[in-house]
Design a binder for this molecule. Structure first.
Ligand code: PSU
Ligand code: MN
Length: 301
């Protein structure tokens, strides 16, 4: 594992650090929007007083905190792999370059000692999972790693109700950040209530502290609604998602290719509006994660 000196310093001094995933760079957005996004997210985290640690696999090396050149090379890579937990052995031994999913990043973050992580949306139970068994490893990873993940909920390309049920089974806290309902990524609301609501970074930090001090295993999901001015029209996005799902099934896209396909199809169908919304929510999550990391660092030592 190669840890950037800035990240190493911060961790050694119990200063706030925010882990960032990289599948959004390699499989979520095209170049150069992906690198612009990644740099802006890092700047937001820094401005809020935390150290960003983008996590990726670079020629087989787990890298925590990417320098500018490495980030650019990753973002341009024509054939990166999507690294979830099951891919580490292969990707490390074959010296591959790729983006880590939420599951992959959670594993690395915990190994490095990072407790707060920002992403766009987590994976979950796919629609039709009762016959395909397609449930993201993200949920399993949240069950075992002691990391708090800030996200904008799960995308409505997933089955949100089943996703919440699995999170409950796995003992993962789902905290509405200033909201009583589960946000659905592009929209601020879904039909599902969250189990608990907290409104401040300090309250979230206290929850993390309490959960882990009592040795409750696993992570915390903080769901942070997309800023109002960037939210999509709920019925329009629902129809668009339906259309994208039909295309996906017609083309028989399965497994790990489904999430990237659906994101790209939504981008086409919304003429780029889904990407603007995606960027806005990622920036917002980065800010909230940094605030939580700052508050959590104050509870240490
Ligand atoms: N959701 C998004 N954008 C993404 C992903 C999810 O809105 O880029 C990525 C994340 O890295 C997540 C992964 O961990 O997709 C989940 O993939 P799968 O469903 O194959 O587990
Ligand atoms: Mn899957």
């Amino acid at each position: 594992m190669i840890i950037h000196p800035d990240v190493q310093d911060a961790l050694a001094n119990q200063q706030p650090v925010v882990a960032l995933e990289s599948t959004i760079i390699t499989h979520g957005l095209p170049y150069p929007e992906n690198v612009t996004m990644a740099r802006k997210v890092e700047a937001i985290v820094r401005d809020a007083g935390a150290v960003p640690a983008t996590i990726a696999l670079i020629q087989g090396k787990i890298t925590v905190g990417l320098d500018d050149k490495t980030l650019d090379t990753l973002a341009k890579n024509p054939d990166p792999i999507k690294v979830s937990t099951r891919d580490f052995g292969y990707a490390i031994s074959q010296k591959k370059t790729g983006g880590t999913t939420v599951a992959g990043t959670l594993h690395v973050a915990e190994q490095a000692g990072i407790r707060v992580f920002a992403t766009g949306g987590i994976g979950g139970v796919h629609r039709g999972a009762e016959s395909t068994f397609d449930v993201s490893r993200d949920l399993e990873a949240l069950a075992i790693h002691r990391v708090a993940v800030v996200c904008a909920g799960a995308k409505a390309i997933l089955d949100l109700g089943k996703t919440l049920e699995v999170l409950e089974t796995k003992g993962v806290d789902v905290i509405g950040y200033g909201t009583d309902v589960l946000p659905a990524f592009y929209t601020r609301e879904s039909d599902f209530a969250v189990p608990h609501r907290l409104n401040t970074p300090e309250a979230v930090a206290a929850l993390m502290q309490a959960k882990w001090a009592f040795n409750v295993p696993g992570g915390v999901v903080i769901v942070n609604p997309i800023p109002r001015e960037h939210a999509a029209d709920p019925s329009l996005i629902q129809r668009t998602i339906q259309e994208a799902l039909i295309d996906m099934n017609e083309r028989r896209i399965t497994g790990k290719d489904q999430t990237p396909f659906l994101l790209d199809r939504l981008r086409q169908l919304t003429e780029g509006k889904s990407v603007d919304a995606n960027l806005a929510l990622v920036y917002h999550n980065a800010r909230v994660a940094a605030d939580i990391a700052v508050a959590y660092a104050k509870t240490l030592g």
